[in-house]
Design a binder for this molecule. Sequence first.
Ligand SMILES: *Cc1c(COP(=O)(O)O)cnc(C)c1O
Length: 356
Amino acid sequence: MSHMFVPGPVDVAPEVLAAQTKPMLPHRSKDFEAIFQRTEAKAKDLFYTNTRVFQASSSGSGMQEAGIRNFVQESVLTCVNGSFSQRWNDVAIGNGKKADKIEVEMGEAITPEMLRDALKQKHYEAVTIVHNETSTGVENPIKEMCDVVHEVSPDTLILVDAVSSLGGVKIEMDALGIDFLLTSSQKCLALPPGLALAAASDRAMKKAESVTNRGWYFDLVLMEKHRLKDSTPMTPVMPLIFALDFQLDRIFAEGLDNRFARHAAMAKKVQDWSIARGMEPLAKEAYRSKTVVTVKNSLNWDISALNKFLQTRGMRIANGYGKIKDITFRIATMGETQLSDVDALLAGMEEFIKQS
Ligand SMILES: *Cc1c(COP(=O)(O)O)cnc(C)c1O
């Protein structure tokens, strides 16, 4: 099996791939509804929520758009510290909303103090936060940020993209008071791409009812009507629901806490290696991601030559992303990747350096 140390799409276990190949069912049938109901029930445990989890046929970006269209009538505050948080700002503007920004350099985290200042200056219907910036390997201090919103502007909805962390890092939606929490199938959940999961709080759903021009495909009020009947307004991405059903059992068999500890240990190993090697992670120590390490390429390694070499051993890493594409490289430590795989990767990289 190949090992892709890229931050999505990640390797999918053969038995999970196989779970997709079950015969299709009519989606408005008791048989399918039973499966759809149990995948939602399991997803609620994954999100640490008692509310609801939408299972949408789109990639994660679709749910960024849903968050904006359903929960923001006019103005939103977007926290931007990398490419995916910038995307959420683009999505808001593309949907005709007024989107203010708190912006820091790539590699930095958004601090609770910045959020406090912005919320004191102006009232916002919602704030968008990317929990784990996959472009920079920075994890924002989500608990402290949520605490500030609750304190300074309690009616502002908190929308969180956890595409590259949910299922790999503990994010307790209800305990944190998050209103909308979204992820994609192809990252920490180690499924093929094409399915998004998103949980929404009761107060967010109430707000959505008053927002106009929610669209149709991502209208969560319409989706909620169907969800209550274990269904969707449109045809769901059935093979991925079958795979989700199977994969969530595997995830709970490993145990969520074990899974989180495995991700943290793998990331730490890569971070320590980069420092020992004379480079360093882009992120400051307090904000380092547990699912992807973005390393400053200060030794000017030829990443495409490195990847060619690694591919002869069935492995590959990722380039930098966005504005820092050429000055960083990224090693993902998410999904089904094990510590022994990381050892094999680091050994392979050492070998490449020795012979080049
Ligand atoms: C990958 C990623 C996205 C985009 O997800 P898609 O499923 O490709 O739409 C958004 N946000 C973050 C943090 C990501 O890592």
